[in-house]
Design a protein around this ligand. Structure first.
Ligand code: NAD
Ligand code: UDP
Length: 320
C-alpha cells in the first residue's frame, strides 16, 4: 500500500507545491486548508486524482483524519507580514493550538511529523549569517511577534513531543521562498514588485533599501523539505538560498528583468523589519546533501512568466 501523507496549508503557495511533489513520488495525499490565505486554484488540477483528497478545515479548532497516516507536514499559517498583521489571533492560534492538534494526531496515528518553522524565529538577527545554534532576537510584543512567537512556541512544543512522547519530528526553518502560485497581492516583496511592474506602477522600496534578504526558489525548497522528512535528523534545519541581496538592488534587478522603466519610491520601513537575513546552510549540506540549484535570475524569470498569465481582474484586485 502506498504511504499516506497529510499536508496542512495545502491550498497555499508552499503546501500546493508539496502536494504536487508527494503525488509525483507516488504517495496518497490528504490535503487540508481553511482557505484563509490560500486558493483552491492552486490544487484544483489534483482533484480528479484518486490518490488525492481535500478537507476544508481550520486546524486550530480540531483535526480528524480517518484511516492511517505515515507522515504529516504542518504548513498551515499565514506567512506574509501583511497577512499576519491583518489576522494576528488566527496566526497565533494556528502556530500554537493548530500545532498541538497536529502533534496529537501524529501521536495517535504513530506518524512522523514535519513542522514548517521560519527564519523569523531569528527575529532581527545579531548574528550573520544565521545558523541553527543562534537563539534569535525577537520583539515579543511587536506587531511581527504574533508570527515569530507562534513559530517559536511551535518549535518548543514539537521538541517536547519528541522528547516526552518519543514522537518522530522534523523542523524546517524556511528562509524567504518564492515562485509560481504566490498570491500577487499578499504584500511580500517579490509579488509586490512584479505586480507593480505589470501595472506600470512605481516600485515601493521600504526604508532606505539597505536591508537584505536571500531568496530561495520553490523547487529547491521543496527538495530540501522532502529530504529532511526522510532523514533521521530531529533538530531544526535551515533551508534557504544563501545568495544575499539588498532590497534596493533587488528593485533594480526587477526593473531590468521586467523591461520596464519604473521609478523607485521609498516608503516607511515596517516596525521590526529585519535588517539582514541570510541562511547558513552548512548543516543542510552535511546531513541532507542538499543545496539550492536554481539561480535568482532563472527563478525570477519563471515567476514573472507565471504572474504574466494572471488575468487583468486578478492583477487589479487590491486586498490591502
Ligand atoms: P500561504 O499563505 O500561501 O499558505 C498558507 C496556507 O495555510 C493557506 O492556504 C491558508 O489558507 C492555510 N491556513 C492558514 N491558517 C489555517 C488554519 N488555521 N487551518 C487550515 N489552513 C490554514 O503561505 P506559504 O508561503 O505557502 O507558507 C506556508 C508555510 O510555510 C507557513 O507555515 C509559513 O509560516 C511557512 N514559511 C513560508 C515561507 C516563505 O517564504 N514562503 C518562509 C518561512 C516559513
Ligand atoms: N519590502 C519592500 N517593498 C514592498 C514589500 C516589501 O521594500 O513592497 C521589503 C520589506 O520591508 C522587507 C523585504 O522587502 O525588508 C522582504 O519583505 P517580505 O514582506 O517579502 O518578507 P519578510 O522577509 O520581511 O518576511
Amino acid at each position: 500500500m502506498k504511504k499516506r501523507v497529510l499536508i496542512t496549508g495545502a491550498a497555499g503557495f508552499l503546501g500546493s507545491h508539496l502536494c504536487d511533489r508527494f503525488i509525483k513520488e507516488g504517495y496518497r495525499v490528504v490535503a487540508m486548508d481553511n482557505l484563509i490565505t490560500g486558493d483552491l486554484k492552486n490544487i484544483e488540477h489534483l482533484f480528479p486524482l484518486e490518490q488525492f483528497e481535500f478537507y476544508h478545515n481550520d486546524v486550530s479548532n480540531y483535526v480528524h483524519v480517518a484511516g492511517e497516516l505515515d507522515y504529516i507536514l504542518h504548513f498551515a499559517s499565514p506567512a506574509s507580514p501583511i497577512d499576519y498583521l491583518k489576522i494576528p489571533i488566527q496566526t497565533l492560534k494556528v502556530g500554537s493550538l493548530g500545532t498541538h492538534n497536529l502533534l496529537g494526531l501524529a501521536k495517535a496515528k504513530n506518524a512522523r511529523i514535519l513542522i514548517a518553522s521560519t527564519s523569523e524565529i531569528y527575529g532581527d538577527p545579531l548574528v550573520h549569517p544565521q545558523s541553527e545554534d543562534y537563539y534569535g532576537n525577537v520583539n515579543t510584543i511587536g506587531p511581527r511577534g504574533v508570527y515569530d512567537e507562534a513559530k517559536r512556541f511551535q518549535e518548543s512544543i514539537t521538541m517536547a513531543y519528541h522528547r516526552f512522547h518519543g514522537l518522530e519530528t522534523r523542523i524546517v526553518r524556511i528562509f524567504n521562498t518564492y515562485g509560481p502560485r504566490m498570491r500577487l497581492n499578499d504584500g511580500r516583496v517579490i509579488p509586490a514588485f512584479m505586480g507593480q511592474a505589470l501595472r506600470g506602477e512605481d516600485i515601493t522600496v521600504f526604508g532606505d533599501g539597505k536591508q537584505t534578504r536571500s531568496f530561495c526558489y520553490v523547487d529547491d525548497q521543496v527538495e530540501g523539505i522532502y529530504r529532511l522528512l526522510l532523514s533521521d535528523y530531529s533538530d531544526p534545519v535551515n533551508i534557504g538560498n544563501p545568495h544575499e541581496i539588498t532590497i534596493g538592488d533587488f528593485a533594480k534587478e526587477i526593473i531590468e528583468l521586467t523591461g520596464t522603466d519604473q521609478r523607485v519610491v521609498y516608503k516607511e520601513l515596517p516596525q521590526d523589519d529585519p535588517l539582514k537575513r541570510k541562511p547558513d546552510i552548512t548543516l543542510a549540506k552535511e546531513i541532507l546533501d542538499w543545496e539550492p540549484k536554481v539561480t535568482r535570475e532563472e527563478g525570477m524569470r519563471i515567476t514573472f512568466e507565471y504572474f504574466k498569465t494572471l488575468s487583468k481582474e486578478e492583477l487589479d484586485k487590491r486586498e490591502h
